[in-house]
Design a protein around this ligand. Structure first.
Ligand code: COS
Length: 391
Protein backbone atom coordinates (compact mmCIF):
# COMPACT_ATOMS: atom_id res chain seq x y z
CA UNK A 1 0.00 0.00 0.00
CA UNK A 2 1.40 3.38 -0.97
CA UNK A 3 0.61 5.92 1.73
CA UNK A 4 0.48 9.70 1.58
CA UNK A 5 3.68 11.30 2.88
CA UNK A 6 3.63 10.70 6.65
CA UNK A 7 5.72 13.80 7.27
CA UNK A 8 3.14 16.19 5.86
CA UNK A 9 2.47 18.97 8.34
CA UNK A 10 -1.23 19.23 7.58
CA UNK A 11 -3.57 17.41 9.94
CA UNK A 12 -5.48 15.75 7.12
CA UNK A 13 -8.45 16.37 4.88
CA UNK A 14 -12.10 17.00 5.49
CA UNK A 15 -14.74 15.53 3.23
CA UNK A 16 -17.16 18.35 3.95
CA UNK A 17 -17.35 21.13 1.40
CA UNK A 18 -17.44 24.81 2.28
CA UNK A 19 -20.60 26.79 1.51
CA UNK A 20 -18.81 28.37 -1.49
CA UNK A 21 -17.85 24.95 -2.82
CA UNK A 22 -21.41 23.69 -2.44
CA UNK A 23 -22.68 26.73 -4.31
CA UNK A 24 -20.12 26.23 -7.08
CA UNK A 25 -21.15 22.60 -7.43
CA UNK A 26 -24.86 23.50 -7.45
CA UNK A 27 -24.26 26.21 -10.07
CA UNK A 28 -22.38 23.72 -12.25
CA UNK A 29 -25.12 21.08 -11.90
CA UNK A 30 -27.78 23.63 -12.81
CA UNK A 31 -25.76 24.73 -15.83
CA UNK A 32 -25.31 21.11 -16.88
CA UNK A 33 -29.03 20.42 -16.54
CA UNK A 34 -30.31 23.55 -18.25
CA UNK A 35 -27.61 24.41 -20.78
CA UNK A 36 -25.73 21.20 -21.56
CA UNK A 37 -28.19 18.30 -21.42
CA UNK A 38 -30.63 19.86 -23.93
CA UNK A 39 -27.83 19.92 -26.55
CA UNK A 40 -26.28 16.58 -25.68
CA UNK A 41 -27.97 14.34 -28.25
CA UNK A 42 -27.89 16.82 -31.11
CA UNK A 43 -24.20 17.76 -30.64
CA UNK A 44 -23.34 14.05 -30.47
CA UNK A 45 -25.36 13.18 -33.54
CA UNK A 46 -24.14 16.07 -35.70
CA UNK A 47 -20.64 16.24 -34.22
CA UNK A 48 -21.37 19.91 -33.56
CA UNK A 49 -19.01 22.26 -31.75
CA UNK A 50 -21.16 23.70 -28.90
CA UNK A 51 -20.16 27.31 -29.40
CA UNK A 52 -23.18 28.84 -27.65
CA UNK A 53 -22.78 26.59 -24.59
CA UNK A 54 -19.10 27.54 -24.35
CA UNK A 55 -20.07 31.22 -24.47
CA UNK A 56 -22.61 30.77 -21.67
CA UNK A 57 -20.12 28.82 -19.55
CA UNK A 58 -17.64 31.63 -20.08
CA UNK A 59 -20.21 34.28 -19.08
CA UNK A 60 -20.99 32.35 -15.89
CA UNK A 61 -17.30 32.01 -14.98
CA UNK A 62 -17.16 28.22 -15.41
CA UNK A 63 -14.13 28.33 -17.72
CA UNK A 64 -10.44 28.99 -17.10
CA UNK A 65 -10.92 28.24 -13.41
CA UNK A 66 -7.23 28.01 -12.59
CA UNK A 67 -6.02 31.22 -14.19
CA UNK A 68 -4.61 33.25 -11.26
CA UNK A 69 -6.46 36.33 -10.05
CA UNK A 70 -3.66 38.72 -11.03
CA UNK A 71 -4.28 37.77 -14.68
CA UNK A 72 -8.04 38.23 -14.40
CA UNK A 73 -8.99 34.63 -13.57
CA UNK A 74 -10.82 33.18 -10.58
CA UNK A 75 -7.63 31.43 -9.40
CA UNK A 76 -9.54 28.47 -8.03
CA UNK A 77 -7.64 25.51 -6.59
CA UNK A 78 -7.59 22.15 -8.39
CA UNK A 79 -9.99 20.78 -5.81
CA UNK A 80 -12.74 23.21 -6.80
CA UNK A 81 -12.17 22.23 -10.42
CA UNK A 82 -13.24 18.70 -9.42
CA UNK A 83 -16.63 19.97 -8.31
CA UNK A 84 -17.26 21.91 -11.52
CA UNK A 85 -15.80 19.28 -13.87
CA UNK A 86 -17.85 16.35 -12.57
CA UNK A 87 -21.10 18.22 -13.16
CA UNK A 88 -20.21 19.53 -16.62
CA UNK A 89 -19.23 16.05 -17.81
CA UNK A 90 -22.32 14.62 -16.13
CA UNK A 91 -24.22 16.92 -18.50
CA UNK A 92 -22.28 15.72 -21.57
CA UNK A 93 -18.61 14.81 -21.68
CA UNK A 94 -18.20 16.04 -25.26
CA UNK A 95 -19.47 19.49 -24.31
CA UNK A 96 -17.68 19.29 -20.95
CA UNK A 97 -14.36 18.60 -22.67
CA UNK A 98 -14.88 21.58 -24.99
CA UNK A 99 -15.47 23.83 -21.98
CA UNK A 100 -12.64 22.56 -19.80
CA UNK A 101 -9.88 21.95 -22.36
CA UNK A 102 -8.51 25.47 -21.96
CA UNK A 103 -7.11 24.15 -18.69
CA UNK A 104 -4.81 21.81 -20.60
CA UNK A 105 -3.96 24.28 -23.38
CA UNK A 106 -3.08 27.04 -20.93
CA UNK A 107 -1.48 24.68 -18.38
CA UNK A 108 2.12 25.25 -19.57
CA UNK A 109 1.64 29.04 -19.47
CA UNK A 110 0.07 28.96 -15.99
CA UNK A 111 2.75 26.61 -14.68
CA UNK A 112 5.86 27.84 -16.46
CA UNK A 113 5.17 31.14 -18.26
CA UNK A 114 6.78 34.47 -17.34
CA UNK A 115 4.66 37.28 -15.95
CA UNK A 116 4.55 38.90 -19.39
CA UNK A 117 3.60 35.65 -21.13
CA UNK A 118 0.79 35.13 -18.62
CA UNK A 119 -0.55 38.62 -19.27
CA UNK A 120 -0.30 38.14 -23.03
CA UNK A 121 -1.91 34.71 -23.28
CA UNK A 122 -4.04 34.15 -20.18
CA UNK A 123 -5.82 37.48 -19.68
CA UNK A 124 -7.60 37.40 -23.08
CA UNK A 125 -9.04 33.97 -22.20
CA UNK A 126 -11.01 35.66 -19.44
CA UNK A 127 -12.07 38.63 -21.53
CA UNK A 128 -13.60 36.61 -24.37
CA UNK A 129 -14.70 33.00 -24.81
CA UNK A 130 -11.64 32.08 -26.83
CA UNK A 131 -10.13 28.62 -26.85
CA UNK A 132 -6.59 27.33 -26.66
CA UNK A 133 -5.18 23.87 -27.32
CA UNK A 134 -2.41 21.57 -26.16
CA UNK A 135 -0.33 20.41 -29.12
CA UNK A 136 1.64 17.44 -27.93
CA UNK A 137 0.44 14.33 -29.83
CA UNK A 138 1.61 13.60 -33.35
CA UNK A 139 0.68 10.97 -35.93
CA UNK A 140 3.70 8.92 -34.81
CA UNK A 141 3.97 10.01 -31.16
CA UNK A 142 1.13 9.55 -28.67
CA UNK A 143 2.13 7.50 -25.64
CA UNK A 144 5.82 7.80 -26.54
CA UNK A 145 5.98 11.59 -26.38
CA UNK A 146 9.77 11.71 -26.48
CA UNK A 147 9.70 10.41 -30.06
CA UNK A 148 7.84 13.39 -31.49
CA UNK A 149 9.18 14.73 -34.80
CA UNK A 150 8.13 18.38 -34.90
CA UNK A 151 11.21 20.62 -34.91
CA UNK A 152 11.83 24.21 -33.85
CA UNK A 153 15.04 25.72 -35.23
CA UNK A 154 16.29 28.99 -33.83
CA UNK A 155 17.03 31.77 -36.32
CA UNK A 156 17.99 35.00 -34.55
CA UNK A 157 15.10 36.06 -32.32
CA UNK A 158 12.72 33.58 -33.89
CA UNK A 159 12.07 29.87 -34.07
CA UNK A 160 11.00 28.16 -37.29
CA UNK A 161 8.63 25.29 -36.55
CA UNK A 162 7.87 22.34 -38.83
CA UNK A 163 5.82 19.24 -38.13
CA UNK A 164 2.32 17.95 -37.61
CA UNK A 165 0.03 17.46 -34.65
CA UNK A 166 -3.02 15.27 -34.32
CA UNK A 167 -5.86 14.42 -31.90
CA UNK A 168 -5.75 17.99 -30.62
CA UNK A 169 -8.81 19.01 -28.62
CA UNK A 170 -10.52 22.22 -29.80
CA UNK A 171 -7.73 22.90 -32.32
CA UNK A 172 -10.26 23.68 -35.06
CA UNK A 173 -11.54 26.63 -33.01
CA UNK A 174 -8.50 27.61 -30.96
CA UNK A 175 -6.89 31.06 -31.00
CA UNK A 176 -3.54 29.59 -29.96
CA UNK A 177 -1.89 26.35 -28.93
CA UNK A 178 0.98 25.39 -26.69
CA UNK A 179 2.99 23.12 -28.92
CA UNK A 180 5.97 20.91 -28.22
CA UNK A 181 8.85 20.59 -30.67
CA UNK A 182 12.39 19.24 -30.72
CA UNK A 183 15.03 21.96 -30.31
CA UNK A 184 17.90 19.50 -30.25
CA UNK A 185 18.51 15.85 -31.06
CA UNK A 186 16.44 14.68 -28.12
CA UNK A 187 15.53 17.77 -26.14
CA UNK A 188 12.24 19.49 -26.71
CA UNK A 189 10.81 22.91 -25.96
CA UNK A 190 7.35 24.41 -25.56
CA UNK A 191 6.01 27.34 -27.62
CA UNK A 192 2.81 29.31 -27.85
CA UNK A 193 1.75 29.30 -31.49
CA UNK A 194 -1.14 31.49 -32.68
CA UNK A 195 -3.36 29.26 -34.81
CA UNK A 196 -3.66 31.99 -37.44
CA UNK A 197 0.13 32.26 -37.88
CA UNK A 198 1.26 31.86 -41.52
CA UNK A 199 2.12 28.19 -42.11
CA UNK A 200 -0.44 26.66 -39.73
CA UNK A 201 -2.88 24.53 -41.71
CA UNK A 202 -5.81 22.88 -40.07
CA UNK A 203 -6.05 19.44 -41.58
CA UNK A 204 -9.33 17.96 -40.46
CA UNK A 205 -11.99 17.63 -37.83
CA UNK A 206 -11.76 14.01 -36.82
CA UNK A 207 -14.93 11.89 -36.77
CA UNK A 208 -14.87 10.24 -33.34
CA UNK A 209 -16.74 7.32 -31.72
CA UNK A 210 -17.70 9.34 -28.64
CA UNK A 211 -17.41 12.78 -27.09
CA UNK A 212 -18.43 13.91 -30.53
CA UNK A 213 -19.36 17.44 -29.45
CA UNK A 214 -15.68 18.16 -28.87
CA UNK A 215 -13.70 19.26 -31.86
CA UNK A 216 -10.62 17.07 -32.28
CA UNK A 217 -8.38 18.19 -35.11
CA UNK A 218 -5.04 17.71 -36.76
CA UNK A 219 -2.86 20.54 -37.99
CA UNK A 220 0.38 20.98 -39.87
CA UNK A 221 3.08 23.53 -39.14
CA UNK A 222 5.12 24.54 -42.15
CA UNK A 223 7.90 27.06 -41.59
CA UNK A 224 5.86 28.70 -38.86
CA UNK A 225 7.82 31.55 -37.30
CA UNK A 226 7.33 32.52 -33.68
CA UNK A 227 9.28 34.96 -31.56
CA UNK A 228 11.66 33.67 -28.95
CA UNK A 229 9.27 35.39 -26.53
CA UNK A 230 6.75 32.66 -27.34
CA UNK A 231 8.98 29.98 -25.81
CA UNK A 232 7.65 28.79 -22.46
CA UNK A 233 10.46 28.03 -20.03
CA UNK A 234 14.02 27.45 -21.13
CA UNK A 235 15.09 25.64 -24.26
CA UNK A 236 15.02 21.92 -23.44
CA UNK A 237 12.40 22.21 -20.69
CA UNK A 238 9.59 20.99 -22.95
CA UNK A 239 9.37 17.36 -21.83
CA UNK A 240 9.18 18.23 -18.16
CA UNK A 241 6.66 21.00 -18.86
CA UNK A 242 4.47 18.52 -20.73
CA UNK A 243 4.72 15.93 -17.96
CA UNK A 244 4.08 18.39 -15.14
CA UNK A 245 1.12 19.85 -17.04
CA UNK A 246 -0.38 16.39 -17.46
CA UNK A 247 0.18 15.64 -13.77
CA UNK A 248 -1.86 18.73 -13.00
CA UNK A 249 -4.64 18.12 -15.51
CA UNK A 250 -5.17 14.34 -15.25
CA UNK A 251 -7.35 14.58 -12.12
CA UNK A 252 -9.54 17.03 -14.06
CA UNK A 253 -9.97 14.49 -16.83
CA UNK A 254 -10.49 11.70 -14.33
CA UNK A 255 -13.32 13.59 -12.63
CA UNK A 256 -14.93 13.92 -16.07
CA UNK A 257 -14.99 10.13 -16.19
CA UNK A 258 -16.69 10.18 -12.78
CA UNK A 259 -19.35 12.53 -14.19
CA UNK A 260 -20.04 10.16 -17.09
CA UNK A 261 -20.15 7.13 -14.78
CA UNK A 262 -22.48 8.95 -12.39
CA UNK A 263 -24.83 9.81 -15.24
CA UNK A 264 -24.90 6.17 -16.43
CA UNK A 265 -25.45 4.96 -12.87
CA UNK A 266 -28.40 7.32 -12.34
CA UNK A 267 -30.01 6.15 -15.58
CA UNK A 268 -29.45 2.50 -14.60
CA UNK A 269 -30.97 2.93 -11.13
CA UNK A 270 -34.04 4.70 -12.51
CA UNK A 271 -34.54 2.06 -15.20
CA UNK A 272 -34.01 -0.82 -12.78
CA UNK A 273 -36.82 0.48 -10.58
CA UNK A 274 -39.19 0.87 -13.50
CA UNK A 275 -38.59 -2.15 -15.71
CA UNK A 276 -40.47 -5.27 -14.66
CA UNK A 277 -39.46 -8.85 -15.48
CA UNK A 278 -40.67 -12.05 -13.84
CA UNK A 279 -43.31 -9.90 -12.06
CA UNK A 280 -40.87 -7.67 -10.18
CA UNK A 281 -38.80 -4.57 -11.00
CA UNK A 282 -35.43 -5.75 -12.27
CA UNK A 283 -33.85 -3.89 -9.31
CA UNK A 284 -35.11 -6.85 -7.22
CA UNK A 285 -32.96 -9.32 -9.16
CA UNK A 286 -29.61 -9.91 -7.56
CA UNK A 287 -27.91 -10.07 -10.97
CA UNK A 288 -28.93 -6.46 -11.52
CA UNK A 289 -28.68 -5.00 -8.05
CA UNK A 290 -25.17 -6.38 -7.54
CA UNK A 291 -24.13 -4.55 -10.73
CA UNK A 292 -25.68 -1.35 -9.36
CA UNK A 293 -23.96 -1.87 -6.00
CA UNK A 294 -20.57 -2.22 -7.71
CA UNK A 295 -21.21 0.87 -9.84
CA UNK A 296 -22.00 2.99 -6.76
CA UNK A 297 -18.94 1.73 -4.87
CA UNK A 298 -16.49 2.20 -7.71
CA UNK A 299 -17.81 5.64 -8.65
CA UNK A 300 -17.37 6.78 -5.06
CA UNK A 301 -13.82 5.37 -4.97
CA UNK A 302 -13.01 7.13 -8.26
CA UNK A 303 -14.34 10.43 -6.97
CA UNK A 304 -12.28 10.17 -3.80
CA UNK A 305 -9.11 9.39 -5.76
CA UNK A 306 -9.72 12.50 -7.88
CA UNK A 307 -10.36 14.64 -4.84
CA UNK A 308 -7.21 13.30 -3.19
CA UNK A 309 -5.01 13.95 -6.24
CA UNK A 310 -6.40 17.49 -6.60
CA UNK A 311 -5.91 18.13 -2.90
CA UNK A 312 -2.28 17.00 -3.18
CA UNK A 313 -1.69 19.32 -6.12
CA UNK A 314 -3.19 22.19 -4.12
CA UNK A 315 -0.99 21.34 -1.14
CA UNK A 316 2.08 21.68 -3.36
CA UNK A 317 3.13 18.05 -3.36
CA UNK A 318 4.52 18.63 -6.86
CA UNK A 319 6.17 15.54 -8.29
CA UNK A 320 4.83 13.47 -5.38
CA UNK A 321 1.35 14.07 -6.77
CA UNK A 322 2.30 12.30 -10.05
CA UNK A 323 1.46 8.90 -8.59
CA UNK A 324 -1.90 10.04 -7.25
CA UNK A 325 -2.79 11.80 -10.48
CA UNK A 326 -2.23 8.56 -12.34
CA UNK A 327 -4.14 6.55 -9.70
CA UNK A 328 -7.11 8.84 -10.29
CA UNK A 329 -6.91 8.82 -14.09
CA UNK A 330 -6.38 5.05 -14.34
CA UNK A 331 -9.11 4.07 -11.93
CA UNK A 332 -11.74 6.64 -12.92
CA UNK A 333 -11.32 5.97 -16.65
CA UNK A 334 -11.53 2.20 -16.28
CA UNK A 335 -14.46 2.56 -13.87
CA UNK A 336 -16.36 4.77 -16.31
CA UNK A 337 -15.90 2.14 -19.03
CA UNK A 338 -17.11 -0.64 -16.74
CA UNK A 339 -20.03 1.33 -15.28
CA UNK A 340 -21.30 2.50 -18.66
CA UNK A 341 -20.97 -1.00 -20.12
CA UNK A 342 -22.95 -2.40 -17.17
CA UNK A 343 -25.53 0.38 -17.55
CA UNK A 344 -26.10 -0.78 -21.13
CA UNK A 345 -26.46 -4.30 -19.72
CA UNK A 346 -29.10 -3.17 -17.20
CA UNK A 347 -31.08 -1.60 -20.04
CA UNK A 348 -30.74 -4.84 -22.08
CA UNK A 349 -31.78 -4.49 -25.72
CA UNK A 350 -32.88 -0.90 -25.13
CA UNK A 351 -29.41 -0.06 -23.88
CA UNK A 352 -28.03 -0.77 -27.33
CA UNK A 353 -30.47 1.58 -29.03
CA UNK A 354 -29.55 5.23 -29.61
CA UNK A 355 -32.92 6.47 -28.37
CA UNK A 356 -31.85 5.54 -24.83
CA UNK A 357 -29.10 7.54 -23.13
CA UNK A 358 -26.63 4.88 -22.02
CA UNK A 359 -25.41 3.90 -25.49
CA UNK A 360 -23.84 7.37 -25.90
CA UNK A 361 -22.33 7.24 -22.43
CA UNK A 362 -20.59 3.95 -23.22
CA UNK A 363 -19.08 5.46 -26.39
CA UNK A 364 -18.10 8.61 -24.49
CA UNK A 365 -16.48 6.65 -21.66
CA UNK A 366 -14.03 4.89 -23.97
CA UNK A 367 -12.08 8.06 -24.63
CA UNK A 368 -11.12 8.45 -20.97
CA UNK A 369 -9.02 5.29 -21.30
CA UNK A 370 -7.14 6.89 -24.21
CA UNK A 371 -6.68 10.66 -24.01
CA UNK A 372 -4.31 12.44 -21.63
CA UNK A 373 -2.40 9.19 -21.29
CA UNK A 374 -3.92 5.76 -21.87
CA UNK A 375 -4.83 3.49 -18.96
CA UNK A 376 -1.68 1.52 -19.81
CA UNK A 377 0.48 4.66 -19.59
CA UNK A 378 -1.07 5.42 -16.19
CA UNK A 379 -0.08 1.94 -15.02
CA UNK A 380 3.42 2.50 -16.39
CA UNK A 381 3.69 5.79 -14.48
CA UNK A 382 2.33 4.16 -11.31
CA UNK A 383 4.78 1.26 -11.56
CA UNK A 384 7.72 3.62 -12.16
CA UNK A 385 6.74 5.79 -9.21
CA UNK A 386 6.54 2.70 -7.00
CA UNK A 387 9.84 1.17 -8.09
CA UNK A 388 11.84 4.31 -9.04
CA UNK A 389 10.17 7.24 -7.23
CA UNK A 390 11.35 10.70 -8.30
CA UNK A 391 9.28 12.74 -5.83
N1 COS B 1 7.14 15.61 -13.93
C1 COS B 1 8.37 16.13 -14.12
N2 COS B 1 9.36 15.46 -14.77
C2 COS B 1 9.08 14.24 -15.21
C3 COS B 1 7.82 13.62 -15.06
C4 COS B 1 6.83 14.36 -14.36
N3 COS B 1 5.64 13.85 -14.15
N4 COS B 1 7.83 12.41 -15.61
C5 COS B 1 9.07 12.23 -16.10
N5 COS B 1 9.82 13.33 -15.87
C6 COS B 1 11.23 13.53 -16.19
C7 COS B 1 12.04 12.34 -15.69
O1 COS B 1 12.40 12.53 -14.33
C8 COS B 1 13.24 12.37 -16.61
O2 COS B 1 14.11 13.40 -16.21
P1 COS B 1 15.61 13.07 -15.73
O3 COS B 1 16.24 12.42 -16.93
O4 COS B 1 16.16 14.43 -15.40
O5 COS B 1 15.44 12.16 -14.56
C9 COS B 1 12.64 12.81 -17.94
O6 COS B 1 11.44 13.51 -17.60
C10 COS B 1 12.32 11.63 -18.84
O7 COS B 1 11.41 10.79 -18.14
P2 COS B 1 11.12 9.29 -18.58
O8 COS B 1 12.44 8.59 -18.77
O9 COS B 1 10.16 8.70 -17.60
O10 COS B 1 10.44 9.49 -20.02
P3 COS B 1 9.81 8.44 -21.04
O11 COS B 1 10.18 8.86 -22.42
O12 COS B 1 10.14 7.05 -20.61
O13 COS B 1 8.22 8.69 -20.94
C11 COS B 1 5.98 8.59 -20.09
C12 COS B 1 7.50 8.72 -19.80
C13 COS B 1 5.61 7.29 -20.74
C14 COS B 1 5.35 8.67 -18.72
C15 COS B 1 5.53 9.77 -20.97
O14 COS B 1 6.00 9.63 -22.27
C16 COS B 1 4.01 9.95 -21.00
O15 COS B 1 3.41 10.50 -20.06
N6 COS B 1 3.37 9.51 -22.09
C17 COS B 1 1.93 9.75 -22.28
C18 COS B 1 1.70 11.09 -22.88
C19 COS B 1 0.28 11.48 -22.91
O16 COS B 1 -0.37 11.57 -21.89
N7 COS B 1 -0.20 11.75 -24.11
C20 COS B 1 -1.51 12.23 -24.27
C21 COS B 1 -1.45 13.50 -25.04
S1 COS B 1 -2.02 14.88 -24.22
S2 COS B 1 -3.97 14.80 -24.47
Amino acid sequence: MVAIDETATTTGVSFSLTDEQKELRALSREFAEKEIRPHEAECDDKMRHPVEVIEKAHDLGLMNLHVPEEYGGPGLPSFDGMLVGEELYWGCSGIGTSITANGLGSGPVIGFGSDEQKRTWLTPLLEQPILCSFGLSEPGAGSDVASLKTTAVREGDEYVINGSKTFITNAGYAAWATIFAKTGKTEMSCFVVPMDAPGVTLEKHLDKMGQRATDTSAFALQDVRVSVENRIGEEGDGFKIAMATLDATRPGTAIGAVGVAQAAYEHAVAYAKERVTFDVPIAMHQGVNFMIADMATEIEASRLLCWQAAWMLDQGYGRKATLYSSFAKRFAADTAMKVTTDAVQVFGGYGYIKEYPVEKLMRDAKLFQIYEGTSQIQRLVIAREIFMPKG
